[in-house]
Write a protein that binds this ligand. Structure first.
Ligand SMILES: NC(=O)C1=CN([C@@H]2O[C@H](COP(=O)(O)OP(=O)(O)OC[C@H]3O[C@@H](n4cnc5c(N)ncnc54)[C@H](OP(=O)(O)O)[C@@H]3O)[C@@H](O)[C@H]2O)C=CC1
Ligand SMILES: O=C(CO)COP(=O)(O)O
Ligand SMILES: [Zn+2]
Length: 350
């Protein structure tokens, strides 16, 4: 008997465009949400756009989060108990979005995402990525009911945050390779739709790379559409597999070994050059990944990330330990081989 079930959760309203942050109230009204909103943000986005959002609601409450952690989720839930919100609005980068997404899931209230940077593909996904001790959890949570991405605001954000979003998308190439490898060698569940969507998203971004330039609203448009599409691929898959393979494991390790030095997207981009090399060898397309990153002004070396060679090698050799996810790094890579891949790809100097 056929007993498989698929439940794909997706946002209902996705609003991308010029000045649309001022339509957030309307987008929320369209969802028939009731009660007061709790705006979950972090210091910079609160300063830049908090008042614009608060002005659209009666009696809004605000919680400012400083870090992505399970403690921050618990603190937010405690705030919510006092505030009794009808729904949450996440305003900011990956940090407040991940925290609000997970807290909304626990509180059983709706959640709306208003990204202020196009820096990662969690703006739409049904996952929260939260570190805990030596591990990193990709926690299932309902995706936002609505996404309101204001391209004017995103184009004004520092360029390096946009290039981080581009690099997070480019890393989909190797994430899908790892996923296919895991299907072949461990029979893990694989979705052709999610894999194809994720790869196509990376392909379209690279094809449009010449349109992606600092301060251009069209660029934010192209990048956000890609981030939305990648998030949808994760929702279809019901896991972060289409957008997170060994390159993400390396980046998560860098977050622990060299915290705060580089952005998530930039780390996964550089790591992706190396995992592509591991997948396809020296004549493979690792240099196409490197060139695409360089064209988008994203880092391609450890020193551009601000990371020491030793930190990079430590992340490479320990990445396989942090999550039970089969990738090209399964079983680990030893130090000599790690130095070889990092130098062969120019990520560290010989
Ligand atoms: N759930 C998922 O599927 C995914 C989750 N992620 C997670 O997302 C996080 C990375 O996201 P990222 O956005 O880089 O993290 P942050 O939320 O930390 O944002 C990065 C920086 O941008 C600042 N910022 C936010 N908006 C603006 C703006 N408009 N202008 C200037 N600065 C601004 C923030 O300020 P401040 O310091 O004041 O907050 C912060 O310093 C990681 O934790 C990663 O694991 C990544 C991909 C997918
Ligand atoms: O960053 C992500 C996808 O781009 C989320 O991946 P993780 O599941 O590895 O946290
Ligand atoms: Zn990512």
């Amino acid at each position: 008997m056929f007993e498989k079930t698929t439940w794909i959760k997706l946002p209902r309203n996705v609003l991308v465009g010029h000045g649309v942050l001022d339509d957030l109230g309307e987008a929320v009204g369209d969802l028939y949400l009731t009660g007061r909103p709790l705006i979950v943000t972090s210091p910079t986005p609160n300063e830049i756009a908090g008042d614009r959002v608060r002005a659209q609601f009666d009696d809004p409450a605000t919680a400012v989060v400083e870090e992505a952690s399970f403690d921050a989720v618990e603190e937010l839930k405690a705030t919510a108990e006092a505030v009794d919100p009808g729904y949450l609005i996440a305003l900011g980068g990956g940090k407040p979005i991940d925290i609000a997404k997970m807290a909304a899931d626990h509180l059983d209230v709706g959640f709306v995402s208003a990204p202020t940077v196009a820096s990662h593909d969690g703006i739409v996904s049904g996952r929260s990525s939260i570190p805990e001790g030596d591990t990193r959890h990709s926690v299932a949570a309902d995706p936002p009911l609505a996404v309101v991405a204001d391209t004017t605001l995103l184009a004004e954000a520092p360029w390096r945050l946009t290039t981080a979003g581009c690099a997070d998308i480019i890393s989909n190439y190797t994430a899908v390779k790892d996923w296919r490898l895991a299907r072949r060698l461990r029979n893990v569940e694989y979705s052709e739709y999610a894999g194809a969507l994720s790869e196509m998203t990376a392909e379209l971004l690279v094809e449009n790379a010449d349109m992606i330039r600092p301060g251009l609203e069209e660029s934010s448009w192209v990048v956000v559409k890609a981030l939305v599409s990648s998030g949808v691929a994760m929702s279809i898959a019901g896991s972060s597999r289409p957008a997170s393979g060994a390159e993400h494991l390396i980046s998560h390790q860098l977050d622990r070994i060299a915290p705060g030095k580089a952005l998530h997207g930039h780390q996964v981009g550089v790591a992706s050059i190396m995992t592509e090399y591991l997948h396809s060898g020296e004549n493979g397309r690792w240099n196409a990944i490197r060139d695409a990153l360089a064209e988008l002004d994203a880092p391609t070396t450890a020193s551009e990330l601000g990371i020491d060679d030793a930190e990079l090698i430590a992340a490479l050799t320990s990445a396989h330990e942090i999550r039970d996810r089969y990738t090209i790094l399964q079983g680990g890579i030893n130090e000599e081989a790690a130095v070889e891949v990092a130098t062969a790809t120019g990520v560290i100097e010989r």
